[in-house]
Ligand binder design. Structure first.
Ligand code: M6R
Length: 365
């Protein structure tokens, strides 16, 4: 059932082009408005929502972090993101003017389900983004977006995460089209570009030599730092979680601009820093952050677009990804980092599909 792959995790990473395509099919069509069959929100309803909460756990929460940026940018509605187990207990402000988006691959995560129920009790509408048809979260929500990633067996979420991002962009564009918050031509470009991503992801996974080489180099490390600005920070957060759970290496994700506020004290000779540079407006700032860590002895692996040639001058390794629009770059930028976490675990001889202490679905609180 692993179809010739050594592990489910790598099989699922390789299934990402198909998962992306399946999730977009029929929903994102050039020249047409985004069509979301199981979401029944009208322009009038949307105009009435004063805020959106995105609530989830783990990797689904990390997808939510990108959801905040994407939906705020596209639809200009304030979005707050929180982990379900925190949100539940902090007496949040929820009423009929609140729209809640819960994200859960399994659709069975206890804390996320509890938030969905609680929110409905207070009169909020709930949209579920989930991968499992008929799951509790799907059944109880008012609206559903199914990510057609197919069954995800590996404990580390990979293809489900990528399709959650597609869900978020689709909902963001759908809202923008209802509200008229963006130029049609911009949304049209975004849709066309989204449709090119399956092929671009396929080109990233077609050759993993550089990533394997880097994984070999760092697999004995104790600490690794991930850096990014803007959406690259959200990618750093997900990459750090992936590396932790698959390879048991301690890692932290920092926004580049926060380094000076404390964490740069941890940068010493030979420490590994993995930097993502896909946000064009922030490139210069991010590059100066990298120079700061390099001057303190850090070894840097950078991920950047093919048309950014500056990074190679001060990085030890550069992983190139195809060009795309900044807003949707996370779909590409995370893939080499998923592969990195996988290969590091492999070099360490760990149980990749079932990391210690973890369950695929967390149905207890
Ligand atoms: O099924 P869910 O998406 O609700 O699961 C949420 C988290 O438990 C899950 O994403 C977890 O963090 C993964 N092991 C991450 O790879």
């Amino acid at each position: 059932e692993k179809g010739g792959y050594a592990h489910f995790t790598i099989k699922e990473i390789y299934e990402q082009p198909k998962a992306l395509k399946d999730t977009m099919t029929g929903r994102i069509v050039p020249g047409k408005k985004v069509k979301l069959d199981d979401i029944h929100i009208t322009k009038e309803m949307l105009e009435d929502y004063s805020r959106i909460y995105i609530i989830a756990c783990g990797t689904a929460y990390n997808a939510g972090l990108i959801g905040k940026v994407a939906i705020e940018n596209l639809a200009r509605i304030p979005v707050e993101v929180d982990v379900a187990s925190e949100f539940r207990y902090r007496n949040p402000i929820i009423d009929a003017k609140t729209l809640v988006i819960v994200i859960s691959q399994s659709g069975e995560t206890a804390d996320t389900l509890a938030v969905s129920r609680e929110a409905q009790k207070f009169g909020a509408r709930v949209i579920a983004i989930t991968n499992v048809v008929g799951s509790s979260i799907a059944r109880e929500a008012d609206d559903v977006f199914y990510t057609w990633a197919g069954p995800e067996i590996g404990v580390a979420s990979t293809k489900a995460y990528l399709t959650m991002l597609v869900a978020i962009y689709s909902i963001g564009i759908y809202f923008a089209e209802l509200l008229g918050t963006q130029q049609e031509s911009y949304l049209e470009n975004l849709k066309k570009e989204l449709l090119t991503l399956p092929e671009k992801v396929a080109s990233i996974i077609a050759d993993t030599t550089r990533i394997e080489h880097f994984a070999d180099k760092i697999h004995t490390e104790k600490d690794v730092f991930f850096l990014g600005r803007g959406l690259d920070y959200q990618i750093a957060v997900e990459a750090s979680l992936k590396l932790k759970e698959l390879s048991y290496i301690h890692s932290e994700a920092y926004p580049g601009g926060e380094l000076k506020h404390g964490s740069i004290a941890l940068i010493e000779d030979d420490i590994t820093v993995i930097a993502s540079l896909t946000q064009r407006d922030l490139l210069e700032k991010m590059q100066s952050n990298i120079k700061e860590v390099v001057s303190r002895g850090a070894k840097v692996m950078a991920i950047t677009f093919e048309d950014n040639h500056d990074v190679e001058h001060f990085s030890d390794e550069v992983i190139i990804i195809p060009n795309t629009m900044d807003l949707i770059a996370p779909i590409l930028a995370v893939v080499p980092l998923q592969l990195l976490a996988y290969y590091v675990a492999l070099y360490k001889g760990l149980d990749v599909d079932k990391p210690r202490n973890l369950a695929k679905s967390v149905t207890v609180e």
